[in-house]
Design a protein around this ligand. Structure first.
Ligand code: FMN
Length: 176
């Protein structure tokens, strides 16, 4: 049973978002870290066949498994680089497939956090633009949107050590 879940949407396994996600889990050994890029993913086709398939996507790949992990988890962190003013396509494919479990996900009791890493400075409005989507998603499902953290980093290894320490402390608190 996955209680604490963090999904890393970065395709770079040596990247800043993964460093942030790893730091976040450091003090929470039971947390499950999913690297979206390692999964076989596909986008929602809007076929609605999930409705007749016990609210599970009929495309038999890892996207459905990631959605099941989200369904099971109580505390979920979405971590993504900013790609073209949004999250990565890897993470978006997982989020779109939440549609498959919509009838059973709504009203579940979950706490959600968001970590974004972009090349632009943290005052760029792209970060709040993306965060407002997550805020709306949480409102829709009835989840608590507990925190958002924005970081500016470009090449791998550019996350500041002090920021990684703060993320570790936040992870310890969030993944109770
Ligand atoms: C396809 C692509 C699109 C990007 N778009 C943005 C963007 O819109 N805004 C931004 O601030 N940074 C953008 N970046 C920069 C990344 O967000 C930045 O390099 C980040 O550190 C990448 O995270 P990672 O190291 O975890 O892969 C983009 C990078 C790529 C490869």
């Amino acid at each position: 049973m996955t209680r604490n879940l963090i999904i890393n949407g970065s395709p770079r396994l040596n990247g800043n978002t993964r460093d942030a996600a790893t730091a976040f889990c450091r003090e929470a050994p039971d947390a499950k870290l999913i690297d979206a890029v390692k999964l076989k993913l596909s986008g929602c086709l809007g076929c609605d066949k999930c409705r007749a398939n016990h609210n599970r996507c009929v495309i038999d790949d890892d996207t459905a498994g990631a959605v099941e992990d989200i369904f099971e988890a109580q505390n979920i962190v979405f971590a993504s680089p900013v790609y073209c003013w949004g999250v990565t396509s890897q993470l978006k494919q997982i989020i779109d497939k939440l549609y498959s479990k919509d009838p059973v996900l709504r009203g579940t009791n979950k706490r959600v956090g968001l970590i974004l890493v972009g090349g632009a400075g943290t005052h760029d409005r792209q970060y709040e633009t993306i965060a407002s989507q997550f805020e709306q998603m949480c409102e829709y499902f009835g989840w608590s949107f507990c925190f958002r953290r924005f970081y500016s980093a470009g090449d791998p290894g550019e996350m500041k050590p002090a920021d990684l320490e703060q993320l570790a402390a936040l992870g310890k608190e969030f993944f109770l």
